[in-house]
Design a protein around this ligand. Structure first.
Ligand SMILES: NC(=O)C1=CN([C@@H]2O[C@H](COP(=O)(O)OP(=O)(O)OC[C@H]3O[C@@H](n4cnc5c(N)ncnc54)[C@H](OP(=O)(O)O)[C@@H]3O)[C@@H](O)[C@H]2O)C=CC1
Ligand SMILES: O=C(CO)COP(=O)(O)O
Length: 332
């Protein structure tokens, strides 16, 4: 597939890291920032001081604030927060050539509509070919060229395969697949579960509690995915288990760090420390969707209640610890 020029919308931490990874893979990359001043500073310093300091941009990357760059894109990466994705997709609609592959890199569910990111792209960019990229990948690792593996899913298998080849490198291994729903569920739900693990650690409940939380979190995420028609094996892969293990086990995760701060008693309004914790926005939508499908997600429900200010951290922990004793695989 011809993926040049590759246009990346969103010059935050992940957009910048992906720009470097794609340039390393040989792509011609344009990185589009929202703020012209931010774009000019990155272009001049070759560093994204605001979101990813300490990493130099690959020489082949052009930085701009002009969304019009999307008009010549042979492939486009959408790397803005999940709650901004619709607005950004809508503004791209008149600019994008029909049939352009649009890779969703945000991990979340739209709060106001309860829609997945691929549904939003289908609504706002009906002529595009939607793909979802997800998996264990901290921007600061990827931008340094540390190795990881992610998954790229598209309903059209040949598009997923050829774009994976176009964007991959030995240190940024991209597997491909067709289970778009499964891949996006993994990315969205793990953020909520990472908040739960952060709370556990912030409260000092210990590593055993965290491991139990990961396992029970994985159980509820798999139940949810199955009810929504995703393939269970997708959730056992990079976008489910892989990313869950990463973000539930590292304070480098903003979702985990947010939960950890809550667990330490930092007030809700300050716990994210000005950083993006996607799970805080996704939790309520995830739980509502689970409810509509008759799926029990007690950990996600507890996180949703805490981030909505409806339950204290102690009450949420108490509610989870005092659930009835059941057979391990009883809840469906
Ligand atoms: N960071 C990571 O390691 C990874 C992140 N992701 C996902 O990628 C997505 C983006 O995260 P990340 O890059 O880390 O976030 P950052 O907070 O680092 O950056 C967000 C970027 O989006 C821009 N933005 C915010 N709102 C809008 C809007 N309404 N219109 C246009 N641009 C907007 C911001 O621009 P401005 O500066 O002008 O506000 C900023 O450049 C999230 O869904 C995250 O879960 C996925 C994998 C890894
Ligand atoms: O998705 C990520 C790593 O795969 C990044 O996690 P955070 O958004 O929690 O930092």
């Amino acid at each position: 597939m011809i993926a040049d020029p590759l246009v990346i919308i969103g010059a935050g931490a992940w957009g910048t890291a992906l720009a470097n990874a794609a340039a390393q893979a040989g792509r011609t990359v344009t990185l589009v920032a929202r703020d012209p001043e931010h774009a000019a500073t990155i272009e001049a310093t070759r560093e994204n001081l605001r979101f990813l300091p300490g990493a130099l941009l690959h020489a082949g990357i052009t930085v701009t604030a002009d969304l019009g760059a999307a008009a010549v894109a042979r492939a486009l990466l959408l790397v803005v927060p999940a709650q901004a994705l619709r607005e950004v997709a809508r503004s791209l609609a008149p600019r994008l050539a029909p049939g352009t592959p649009v890779v969703i890199c945000a991990k979340g569910i739209e709060r106001t509509s309860g829609r997945f990111m691929s549904d939003i792209v289908a609504e706002e960019l009906p002529a595009a070919v939607p793909l979802v990229l997800s998996g264990p990948s901290f921007a600061e690792d990827v931008v340094r060229g540390l190795p990881t593996a992610v998954v790229l899913a598209c309903g059209q298998e040949p598009v997923a395969r050829s774009l994976a080849v176009a964007l991959a490198s030995p240190t940024f291994r991209i597997y491909h697949g067709t289970d778009v729903r499964g891949v996006e569920i993994g990315g969205a739900a793990k953020n909520v579960l990472a908040i739960a693990c952060g709370i556990v650690m912030g409260c000092g409940l210990g590593e055993s509690a965290r491991a139990a939380m990961v396992a029970r979190g994985f159980a509820e995420l798999t139940r949810f995915a199955r009810a929504l028609g995703a393939r269970p094996e997708t959730l056992m892969g990079l976008s489910g288990l892989g990313d869950l293990v990463l973000t539930c086990g590292s304070a480098k995760s903003r979702n985990f760090a947010f939960g950890e701060a809550l667990g330490r008693g930092v007030p809700l309004a300050e716990a994210a420390g000005g950083k993006l914790a996607e799970g805080a926005f996704t939790a309520a939508a995830l739980v509502a969707m689970a409810g509509r499908h008759g799926v029990e997600m007690p950990i996600s429900e507890a996180v949703a209640a805490v981030v909505a200010g409806e339950m204290s951290v102690d009450e949420a922990i108490g509610a989870l610890l005092n659930r009835p004793i059941r057979a391990e695989h009883e809840i469906i």
